[in-house]
Every structure is written in C-alpha cells, then in structure tokens.
Design a protein around this ligand. Structure first.
Ligand code: NAD
Ligand code: TDX
Length: 348
C-alpha cells in the first residue's frame, strides 16, 4: 500500500533511526521528515538515506500552525509519527518554558491540524505519539511501570510529555482521532547527542575528561538499544490497536554507577588502555534536582499482543555504540563545537 507519512523530529537521535528504518523498509511509502533543526537536530544523522526517492526533508517548527497546515495540504498525510520534542531533563530544569512550548503546544498543533484534514474520513489514518516512561514518575526498589500505572511526572520535561500524552488521548476520545501512544525507557545507540549519560561518558573518557555521575550513582535506568525502539515503533505503527498505549523496554535495569563502570571497561579495551584507567575519571557531582530514583518498564503487552522483543543484549549494544562513536570522530566534533561548550560550562 502506498502511504504518505509525516515523521517529526526525524533529524534527532531516535527519529533518525525511525526515518532510516521506514525509508529503507517501505520503498512505497513517502516519508516526510519535519524537523526544526534545533541544537539536537542534525542532518548528518541521515546522510546515508537522504537521496532515496521516497525521502523528503522539510525544515520547520511544529508550533507553527500555518506551516503545519500547509504541509498537510501539500502531502496529504495518512500517518503521523511524532517524535519532535525538547528531550533533555537537565535542560528542562534550566528552561522549562521551551519544553512546554514545543512538547505541549507543538503536539496540540499537530493534533489539531491532523483533525482538520482527517475529520471527514478517519479510516486508515493514525496519529502515533512517541513518549517516555518518565511520565509515570519514579519507582522505589520494587515494581515496574505498566500501561495502567497512574501518571506522576516530576520534572518539567516529564510534565510536558505527560501533558502531550493527555492531549493525544483527549483528541482520541473527543474527536475520535485515531491515535496510539508508546512510552519507552531510556534509549542508547549511535547518533545520541552527548548531553545524555552514555554518549557524554564515551566522549569524556575518550578525551580524558571527568565523567560526571550525579549524586551517589545509585539511580536506576532501564536501557534499550535505539534500533530496537525503532523496530517497536514500526510494529506498533502497523499492528497496534487504536486508542491503546504500549510500553516499550528491554527488561534491562542498570544502576548508573554500574553502567559507567561497564562502559569504562569497554573503553579501556577499545582504546588499548590498561584496565582501570578510564574508571579513574569517574567524578561524583551534585545531584540532579528532583532526580527520579528508578525507572523500569513492563513491556509484556507489546510482546504478547504484537510479538515484539529486543534483539540485543546490553553489553553487545554498548560495544556497538562505543565502536560507532570511535569511528565517527567528525560527527562528535561537529556536535560538540559552538553552543555545546556553553551548555557544558553551565551544567557541570
Ligand atoms: P532528540 O532531542 O535527539 O531529537 C529531537 C528532535 O526534535 C531534534 O531533531 C530537534 O531538532 C527536533 N525538534 C525539537 N523541537 C522542535 C520543534 N519545535 N519543531 C520541530 N522539530 C523540533 O530527542 P530523542 O532522544 O531522539 O527523542 C525523540 C522522542 O522520543 C522525544 O519525543 C522523546 O520525548 C522521546 N523519547 C526519548 C527517549 C530517549 O531515551 N532519548 C526515550 C523515550 C522517549
Ligand atoms: O552527566 C550525567 N551524569 C549522570 O549521572 C548525566 C547527563 C546523567 N546522569 C544520570 C541521570 C539519570 O539518572 O544518568 C541517568 C540518565 O540520564 P540522561 O541520559 O540524562 O537520561 P534521563 O534523564 O534518564 O532521560 C532519558 O530517558 C528518557 C532521555 O533523555 C529522555 O528523553 C527519555 O524520555
């Protein structure tokens, strides 16, 4: 079937993997990547697919109503996969309003325009919102986030994502806009911006700089390889039930400090340094304000209903990730020049 699909935020970390998967796996689909190219958006992430005939890039802002309206008119989308967002928790603590604008208002603009174009025929249409497990708040030592867990966001970032999820469901219930949400755990892999823990640590270890670990390093995150997230999005987009939420995760919990120790061992091996060299760079720093203790996702529904499961073990994924960063020095140099330095000075 021929389709016309809008992917927002396709120049970012996860979005670029989703775009790559869709344009290569579905040559009959027209894929329009809409991205504002903020500090996190980078067209270098898509150099390998940019010339494919079914791929189109449009630069623009999801909060710009007239632009989004014009885009729907031009391409007559039947599907939206919405990933564009401000995505970094620490930045949301510095500047919450930017998160409210893009994540809440931007999502509402997309929903509203989709409704305008689809209202007379909702058949075979889908608005798919890519969201996060952070909307569920923070777990103690025990338990998992289920699709039925009550929302309890605690950071400006997670509050903005929770709010956007609520708008998606409000459009589904009120206007019958065909919508699905997925809430995924922490992703890692290639093309990850080095403000997030894993790429930041790889970058700093490589350059013999301190590796900042917040608080005591005891916070727990549940890590999933980004390509597995993209595969899950593909599965849900094609097979998911309208009006449903799907949790995505790898059943792969790590305390930050244990993860960093593992990464240090991998980096020693890859850089040919004596074991224990990189670990000497670990530096405990001031904790993140309102730092959620633990995230852990129950992805059983996605596995049982749609048959998805992660493809990689964590250590293997981490090694592949390190290999990618070591082989793509130029990519790292480009994204860490300019404004990155200013952010880094303010943050650390
Ligand atoms: P990212 O920050 O790497 O990419 C975001 C992209 O959105 C960038 O290309 C940026 O230019 C674009 N963008 C930002 N504001 C925009 C605007 N106003 N208009 C148009 N484009 C804009 O983020 P990511 O880590 O790839 O996350 C993608 C999505 O997945 C987000 O919605 C995020 O909340 C969600 N998510 C991320 C993770 C994770 O671990 N990174 C986990 C679960 C869910
Ligand atoms: O320098 C650091 N030191 C450190 O100890 C950084 C950047 C982070 N941390 C800690 C904070 C978290 O406990 O590591 C953990 C992971 O931090 P991030 O990489 O910033 O991710 P997190 O805050 O967990 O949020 C991520 O996962 C859910 C993504 O950024 C979100 O977009 C996604 O929704």
């Amino acid at each position: 079937m021929k389709r016309s699909i809008l992917i927002t935020g396709g120049a970012g970390f996860i979005g670029s993997h989703v775009v790559r998967l869709f344009v290569t796996k579905y040559p009959d689909y027209q894929i329009v990547n809409l991205d504002a190219l903020t500090y996190a958006g980078n067209l270098e992430n898509l150099l390998d697919v940019k010339d494919l005939p079914n791929y189109i890039f449009e630069k623009g802002d999801i909060t710009d109503e007239a632009f989004i309206d014009q885009l729907f008119g031009k391409y007559q989308f039947d599907g939206v996969i919405h990933l564009a967002a401000e995505s970094h928790v620490d930045r949301s603590i510095m500047d919450p309003l930017a998160f409210i604008k893009t994540n809440v208002l931007g999502t509402a603009v997309l929903l509203n325009i989709a409704r305008k174009y689809w209202k007379d025929n909702m058949e075979n249409k889908l608005f798919y919102h890519v969201s996060t497990d952070e909307v569920y708040g923070s777990l103690g030592e025990e338990g998992l986030f289920h699709e039925t867990t009550a929302y309890d966001p605690r950071s400006p970032y997670s509050a903005s994502k929770a709010s956007s999820d609520h708008f998606v469901m409000a459009y589904y219930h009120t206007y019958h806009l065909p919508a699905i949400i997925s809430n995924c755990s922490n992703n890692y892999g290639s093309h990850h911006f080095p403000e997030k823990l894993i790429p930041l640590a790889i970058h700093n270890i490589k350059n013999n700089k301190p590796v900042p670990v917040y608080g005591k390093g005891e916070n727990v995150r549940d890590w999933l390889y980004v390509n597995d997230h993209a595969r899950a999005i593909d599965t849900i987009f094609h097979k998911g039930r309208i009006g449903e939420t799907y949790n995505i995760g790898g059943f792969n919990e790590w305390k930050n400090i244990d993860l960093i120790q593992l990464l240090c061992r991998i980096m020693d091996k890859k850089l040919g340094r004596p074991e224990g060299t990189s670990a000497q760079l670990i530096t405990y720093v001031k904790d993140r304000a309102g730092h959620d203790l633990r995230y852990a996702i129950d992805a059983t529904k996605l596995n049982k209903e749609l048959g998805w499961e992660p493809s990689l073990q964590f250590e293997e994924g981490l090694e592949k990730t390190v290999d990618w960063y070591l082989a793509n020095e130029e990519w790292l140099q480009h994204v860490t020049s300019g404004n990155y330095q200013k952010y880094y000075q303010e943050q650390y």
